[in-house]
Ligand binder design. Structure first.
Ligand SMILES: Nc1nc2c(ncn2[C@@H]2O[C@H](COP(=O)(O)OP(=O)(O)OP(=O)(O)O)[C@@H](O)[C@H]2O)c(=O)[nH]1
Ligand SMILES: [Mg+2]
Length: 291
């Protein structure tokens, strides 16, 4: 049997469900997921091995129109993922339909001569099974596939279609590897997700997590110190909570997720810091792993 391998860029507007789909395919939470748009802040590689293929999923930030420093960095990550992929996957949230961002993504893929599939997702939310209207000038490699990353419906057909579109190649990564991201950074992302989950709408988008220490103290314990960076004193008060109750809740939640990832006990120390400067500095944004 011929073996196939290559990079598959997961593309779409913010909140389309890209990270959820990658996690579902990997059977592991690698990319954090929240109900807020613009959750993913950088390319994340997720390595998926089947008998016949090694699919290298590249989760990307949602493409959008905005000129702020962080957002420009996010869009650059999308462009880079397109340039580096063998196959593109353009995700359309069925509840929102086709958007101008989808045109931009397809044009970009075509300009780079990349084959691509269109996938409509969140099928479980659909009230009827009317197909999403895709503009005529868009010519994907295959007819659109309908899936739900939440229920798993259609996901194995999607996996097969993606594998078939990849070039013949031996595996490109050690099959034991799950991602190219260091555990230290993944741990920081799980803290960021816990902050979103605990604070919901109260939380500003401009928040970051900086892991300042990751110490592997033997086989069964890891100690992590991380700063939660916010823009203003008022936000710090919200994240810390009355008598530190909120940051404690965030810590407990994140610790459980990190323990599931690393498979041992974790001691997690969180500090909340007012630091409005990180958002304005390309260097800091990169150092935080968001590019
Ligand atoms: N009902 C339903 N919800 C979904 C599905 N896929 C994703 N979601 C939800 O949609 C929201 C966004 O999902 P994400 O996976 O974070 O979306 P994303 O495209 O990675 O978003 P960004 O990283 O912000 O660009 C979350 O609340 C998910 O739980 C699905 O198939 N069905
Ligand atoms: Mg995402």
């Amino acid at each position: 049997m011929t073996h196939r391998a290559g990079f598959v860029a997961l593309l779409g507007p913010p909140n389309a469900g890209k990270s959820t789909l990658m996690n579902r395919l990997l059977g592991q939470k690698l990319a954090i997921v929240t109900a807020k748009p613009q959750t993913t802040r950088s390319r994340i590689l997720g390595i998926h091995n089947t008998e016949a293929a090694q699919i290298l999923f590249v989760d990307t930030p949602g493409l959008h129109e905005s000129e702020r420093t962080l957002n420009v960095a996010l869009n650059e990550a999308v462009a880079e993922a397109i340039r580096g992929c063998d196959v593109g996957v353009v995700l359309v949230d069925r509840s929102r339909g086709w958007e101008p961002i989808h045109d931009a993504l397809c044009e970009n893929l075509a300009a780079e001569h990349k084959p691509f599939l269109i996938v409509t997702t969140k099928l479980d939310l659909a009230k009827d099974d009317a197909e999403v209207a895709i503009p005529e000038h868009i010519a994907p490699t295959r007819a659109p596939l309908a899936i739900s990353a939440r229920t798993g419906y259609g996901v194995s057909s999607f996996e097969e279609a993606v594998a078939r579109a990849l070039p013949e190649s031996p595996p490109l990564y050690d099959p034991e590897t799950l991602t190219d991201r260091p555990v230290r950074w993944l741990a920081g992302e799980l803290v960021r997700e816990a902050v979103f989950e605990c604070l919901g709408q109260e939380l500003p988008y401009e928040m970051a997590v900086d892991v300042i220490k990751y110490a592997d103290a033997g086989a069964d314990r890891v100690t992590i110190d991380a700063n939660i960076l916010v823009m203003r004193d008022s936000q710090k008060r919200i994240v810390v909570g009355r008598g530190g109750a909120m940051v404690k809740r965030i810590g407990t939640r994140a610790r459980k997720q990190i323990e599931a990832l690393v498979g041992c006990h974790v001691r997690l120390n969180l500090f909340v810091k007012v630091d409005p400067k990180w958002l304005k500095s390309n260097k800091r944004i990169e150092a935080l792993g968001y590019n």
